[in-house]
Write a protein that binds this ligand. Structure first.
Ligand code: ASP
Length: 447
């Protein structure tokens, strides 16, 4: 019989994360000054970098991310087909789509407006004299017409193989609608998809229980390899982005949730912790989809018919954190290069950054590439990106947590407005916890 109280999953992830950060920082210090410091001789012989940083921790971290990503395509497809067949009619679906896209765009526009205002008030780039001989080139960002055409899959198998989320969403929705319209055969297929959904969700739960180790490996590697030499000159930029990210995450979202649904934002934020930590350590909204979906449906009480649609859609098109970085970065780069932006320029930045956020894939670092599109729009040099790249890793981690918190908040708002939110689940602090604890590996092994 087990008498000790089990730590919650969130606490275990936090422990994994903090120990990873501490060990990573120690390794960074150790590797940086091997010659200067008086480190005992035998330590010199330890191939720390090859065996641990580029070996053990790299492999552990990458396997963790790969196993999360492994679930994304099947999970999105299966749960979205389930969700769509349970929606009564096509008009519900249209309403849902319009509401989600509308809300996603509005929250992104608020985010970027906040970012630009803060950057203008604080002026992180004023008086900064930085080396600008570095160059940065990006692939050409696609035009709007092409973005729309690209949403429609020519070959759904190819879309799945490439993990093209918008194409998968469109195919799954159409497949779900056809299933719902197909009478008896449709019912059989719908039952099959419900069963598949339960199995994939169980896989998510199993994986979540392994997360503390995966997160530990990821953190050791990030913090042992992250170069922070440029940090002092970029501190103002870094803290403005971080400040606005925190403001948006801890003030705008709770406020919107309260205003639009009347739900308790403290409960919401508390239940988002584990998913936010996943997003922080993977830097990828896409890879976090399984965890976000689990949080939204099992802990926050959003019905699968809504969550299966809003979560993958949000992970693909809703990037408030990314828009915040892009807003501050644009103002910062303009200040560093001594360019005065007009009011029209700022409106242009809001518009393009909102669209760029739609086009940004939920994978690490893409926000920085899409920044090229925003800079070009207002005639700023794309090389400016090279200035901020040094501190982007940490900001990427933080903005990804904001991105998925936004997706979950909008999911709750839409579910509530469609009367598809179970408030008993939302208000129950234990909701979803049982699942986390119920994976008994000994049992799996023995049976
Ligand atoms: N890493 C971010 C995400 O996955 C995207 C970005 O800003 O680069 O949400």
């Amino acid at each position: 019989m087990q008498t000790t109280k089990k730590l919650s999953l969130t606490s275990r992830i936090v422990i994994g994360m903090i120990s990873g950060i501490v060990l990573g920082a120690c390794l960074q210090w150790f590797l940086a000054g091997q010659d200067e410091r008086n480190i005992p001789l035998f330590l010199f012989d330890l191939p720390v970098k090859a065996f641990f940083i580029d070996g053990l921790f790299h492999i552990g971290g990458q396997i963790f991310i790969a196993s999360l990503q492994m679930l994304v395509v099947p999970l999105v497809f299966i749960s979205l087909v389930c969700g769509t067949c349970s929606l009564s009619d096509a008009s519900t679906l249209g309403r849902l789509g319009a509401k989600s896209v509308g809300l996603y765009l509005v929250t992104t526009a608020i985010a970027i407006t906040l970012a630009i205002t803060a950057a203008l008030l604080i002026g992180p780039g004023v008086g900064v004299d930085m080396q600008t001989d570095t160059t940065f080139s990006t692939a050409e960002a696609p035009g709007l017409a092409q973005v729309i055409i690209n949403m429609f899959p020519r070959n759904p198998i190819n879309a799945m193989a490439e993990g093209n989320m918008l194409q998968i969403i469109i195919f799954a929705v159409l497949f779900g609608i056809a299933t719902a319209m197909s009478g008896k055969p449709g019912e059989r297929i719908a039952d099959l998809f419900q069963d598949l959904n339960a199995i994939v969700m169980k896989l998510v739960t199993i994986l979540m229980n392994l997360a503390p180790y995966g997160v530990f490996c990821l953190m050791v590697r990030v913090f042992s390899t992250m170069g922070l030499d440029m940090f002092s000159s970029l501190a103002a930029y870094f803290f403005v982005v971080l400040g606005v990210l925190l403001l948006h995450g801890f003030v705008t979202y709770p406020l919107l949730l309260k205003l639009l649904t009347g739900l308790n934002p403290v409960i919401f934020m508390r239940k988002m912790r584990a998913a936010a930590l996943f997003a922080f350590s993977t830097s990828s909204s896409n890879a976090t989809i399984p965890v976000t979906l689990e949080t939204v449906t099992k802990k926050l009480g959003v019905k699968n018919s809504i969550g299966s649609f809003t979560v993958p859609l949000g992970a693909t098109i809703n990037m408030d954190g990314t828009a915040i970085m892009q807003g501050v970065a644009t103002v910062f780069i303009a200040q560093v290069f001594g360019v005065d932006l007009s009011l029209t320029d700022f409106l242009m930045v809001i518009l393009t950054a909102t669209l760029a956020s739609v086009g940004t894939a939920g994978v690490p670092g893409v926000g920085l590439i899409m920044l090229a599109m925003v800079l070009q729009q207002v005639g700023l040099p794309v090389e400016g990106i090279a200035l901020i790249i040094g501190v982007d890793r940490l900001l990427d981690m933080t903005r990804t947590s904001v991105n998925i918190t936004g997706d979950s908040m909008v999911s709750c708002v839409i579910a509530k407005s469609e009367k598809q939110l179970d408030e008993t689940v939302f208000n129950d602090p234990e909701a979803g916890r049982n699942d986390e604890e119920s994976v008994d590996f000994k049992h799996i092994h023995n049976s």
